[in-house]
Ligand binder design. Sequence first.
Ligand code: SAH
Ligand code: MG
Length: 194
Amino acid sequence: MEEKLKKLETSARQRNIPIMLPDGIAYLCNYIKENNVKSILEIGSAVGYSAIKMAMISPDIKITTIEKDKERYQEALENIKRFNLLNRITIINDDAINTNITDTFDLIFIDASKGHNIDFFNKYSNNLKENGTIITDNLSFHGLVEDESLAVTRNQRGLVKKIKLFISFLDNNKEFTTTYIPVGDKISISKRSN
Ligand code: SAH
Ligand code: MG
């Protein structure tokens, strides 16, 4: 199983599919263990790597994951089948901006289009259990957020602007308290304020 997962990881990285960086996914998995997380909603499945990795932590973990790209969705679905995880991972082929999810979750993991983090956060906080956590990936955008001079294209500058807006949205959010962890491409951990 572990070796099969390693192969999936290597294949995804070789094809430049932006799966989580090793220390980022390690941190996330550790968080799931330590906080006894059992239900997860993931926005952005890519080829299913992070969902499979999280599901393998424990047989009582259940995951719903949303992927808008048809080909990636199909590949993720094949991978989930190959790992015999169809009973615990539900994958939805949709733009998460429009998906209607009614369940509630211990953890919501946002790892999709960087420009839509505020929308995802606002929409899916309705699906978060009272003591749940929202974790968002890619707050550094490979260092471009910290050093904007590295953002050379118009598209990059636009995304840096949106990530900065998301960070100030989190900093000013009264309902949630957020901490930032410099692992992987930097993640935020948001919990309801006491
Ligand atoms: N979590 C994965 C990596 C996800 S990469 C892992 O670590 O293994 C980000 C993915 O989000 C891409 O595959 C992209 O197609 C998808 N995505 C981007 N915007 C989306 C949206 N609005 N709704 C659903 N998926 C989206
Ligand atoms: Mg990411």
